[in-house]
Ligand binder design. Structure first.
Ligand SMILES: *[C@@H]1O[C@H](CO)[C@@H](O)[C@H](O)[C@H]1NC(C)=O
Ligand SMILES: *[C@@H]1O[C@H](CO)[C@@H](O)[C@H](O)[C@H]1NC(C)=O
Ligand SMILES: *[C@@H]1O[C@H](CO)[C@@H](O)[C@H](O)[C@H]1NC(C)=O
Ligand SMILES: *[C@@H]1O[C@H](CO)[C@@H](O)[C@H](O)[C@H]1NC(C)=O
Ligand SMILES: *[C@@H]1O[C@H](CO)[C@@H](O)[C@H](O)[C@H]1NC(C)=O
Ligand SMILES: *[C@@H]1O[C@H](CO)[C@@H](O)[C@H](O)[C@H]1NC(C)=O
Ligand SMILES: *[C@@H]1O[C@H](CO)[C@@H](O)[C@H](O)[C@H]1NC(C)=O
Ligand SMILES: *[C@@H]1O[C@H](CO)[C@@H](O)[C@H](O)[C@H]1NC(C)=O
Ligand SMILES: *[C@@H]1O[C@H](CO)[C@@H](O)[C@H](O)[C@H]1NC(C)=O
Length: 427
């Protein structure tokens, strides 16, 4: 006992030294620069105990800066809640998804717009496949930090543009899977429009065998009427139990309430940790991710399972994009939830962080985080949905892991608004 006790202490002491030496070096790099990558700096990634080979195809052209710019003479496109589409609109949208994903699946494997290459790009960004520009070997992950929301906003936005392009339909909008809403209610008094129907079931139009958007998913998604389970924890990810609706429904509400309202009542608690040039790749979701990412978002991936269940293939399931359209919507709506400090980071190392994506013409575009914060500049908005169900929920059960997330707010917002100069698109 005594020996092992001493051993423990010395191990902890060494860990402390390593930790603090790291902190010192790290804090010198900190303050200093935002994270950037190049496609040339792509190496095999690592995830789920396997080396992941998913680098983008070689690229010869020029990288072109991209800046979202709303066309003021057009109304905003509306991304709608999938469960509220009906009749002719539902039929047309189903056919559009079929056509688009059939095309994307059949593009040559090395076409960066193919579904295969979009999947691989998410894999590279999400498994340490890119080395930070300016370092020899410090890899990144766009999960588990403040990069999560802006990176995924851009990723699905370019996906939407690629679909618009292959359908020759500039109004195509990536309708969202409203999995956070488990209750159908009457339209609230005073609401002029919106979708108030439950959306916590597998969207049927993604489950039609033979259509482009169909994907072989887990056995859970074969059970009609079974709500999604936002309470799946990491230990269950490979084989989540099928729990009855009466267990799942109140916990889904508690989990959404924690992600968006309580754990999510600070910038750190919602958006995830600060992550600058020189910081090592974050491997542990619980030390890096914000509440929504580590709770509801991850559980949906595991509940759908198969392709969607692991980072290296998840973006190969068309449902990924409807799922992340909802994540994008929840980020937007988080700012409007009452109480707390609901402002995006305004740290220059956040605002100036850069990513590369392929656009609809297979051109590489360089984007900055600061240009992703004003959603309307992208020309779309979301249909109103029933968020009150979890905002007003008084938890009677524990959410999955509201105590395991480190939501200690090491970040105090300096300004309520990112100032206009910082917002201006780079040339
Ligand atoms: C990871 O892979 C190695 C080698 O393939 C294997 O020995 C090890 O048991 C695996 N670990 C886990 C946790 O699966
Ligand atoms: C803006 O929208 C209008 C109306 O749809 C269109 O005629 C015009 O070409 C658009 N401008 C640009 C720059 O796309
Ligand atoms: C990363 O680079 C540093 C400095 O060049 C080197 O000391 C270290 O061994 C490298 N680590 C790995 C895992 O390659
Ligand atoms: C679907 O996936 C399951 C589990 O991964 C597998 O057992 C099954 O054969 C697959 N079905 C088809 C039609 O590919
Ligand atoms: C998905 O489609 C399969 C095959 O048609 C069906 O067995 C299953 O019940 C469907 N799942 C849901 C949730 O409707
Ligand atoms: C966030 O919520 C917690 C309770 O979950 C509370 O203790 C804390 O004061 C809140 N923080 C802010 C900034 O409102
Ligand atoms: C909720 O979590 C607390 C603290 O871990 C625990 O004591 C309590 O039993 C849990 N309640 C339920 C209903 O699981
Ligand atoms: C989770 O949060 C709810 C509501 O804030 C609280 O009642 C519950 O005790 C918390 N659970 C744990 C395990 O801390
Ligand atoms: C939580 O994060 C804060 C600030 O980053 C850190 O000081 C603290 O040690 C962390 N707590 C745990 C339990 O990881």
């Amino acid at each position: 006992m005594a020996a092992s006790g001493r051993f423990d202490i010395s191990v902890h002491f060494i860990q402390l030294l390593v930790c603090c030496a790291w902190l010192v070096t790290n804090s010198q790099l900190a303050q200093s620069a935002p994270i950037k990558i190049t496609f040339d700096g792509c190496i095999p990634g690592f995830a789920n105990n396997k080396t992941q080979y998913c680098c983008p195809p070689p690229y010869k052209g020029e990288i072109v800066d991209f800046c979202p710019k709303r066309n003021m003479s057009k109304p905003l496109r509306v991304r709608k809640a999938l469960q509220c589409l009906s009749g002719h609109e539902l039929k047309v949208y189903t056919e559009k998804l079929d056509k688009a994903y059939t095309i994307l699946r059949n593009l040559p494997d090395d076409d960066p717009r193919s579904l295969n290459q979009q999947k691989r790009l998410h894999c590279s960004y999400g498994t340490g496949g890119f080395v930070q520009q300016g370092t020899d070997n410090i890899t990144i992950d766009i999960h588990f930090s403040w990069l999560f929301f802006p990176w995924h906003r851009y990723f699905i936005y370019f996906h939407e543009r690629i679909i618009q392009h292959v359908l020759d339909d500039p109004e195509f909008s990536l309708h969202f899977w409203n999995w956070d809403n488990g209750f159908t209610v009457h339209k609230p008094k005073g609401a002029r429009s919106g979708c108030y129907k439950r959306g916590d079931l597998l969207p049927p139009i993604y489950n039609i065998t033979g259509m482009g958007q169909y994907q072989n998913r887990s056995s859970r998604t074969k059970l009609p009427g079974l709500p999604v389970d936002l309470g799946i924890v990491p230990e269950e990810r490979d084989n989540p139990p099928t729990r009855p609706a009466e267990v799942v429904k109140p916990r889904n509400l508690a989990t959404m309430h924690a992600s968006m309202v309580t754990v999510g009542n600070t910038t750190r608690g919602f958006m995830g940790r600060i992550y600058r040039y020189g910081d090592y790749q974050v491997l542990d979701p619980l030390t890096g991710a914000g509440g929504l990412e580590v709770m509801g978002h991850a559980s949906i991936h595991w509940w759908v399972g198969n392709t969607m269940g692991v980072v290296e293939t998840s973006a190969g399931d068309p449902l990924f994009y409807a799922h992340h359209s909802n994540i994008d919507r929840l980020w937007n709506n988080w700012h409007k939830v009452p109480g707390g400090e609901r402002v995006d980071y305004s740290d220059p190392d956040f605002l100036e962080a850069e990513f590369l994506f392929y656009d609809e013409t297979a051109t590489i575009r360089r984007v900055k985080v600061k240009d992703a914060l004003d959603m309307e500049e992208f020309g779309y908005k979301f249909q109103k949905a029933n968020d009150i169900s979890w905002i007003d929920y008084v938890p009677t059960v524990n959410s999955t892991s509201n105590s395991t997330i480190n939501s200690t707010d090491s970040y105090k917002p300096q300004v309520k608004q990112v100032n206009a100069a910082a917002r201006k698109c780079h040339k």
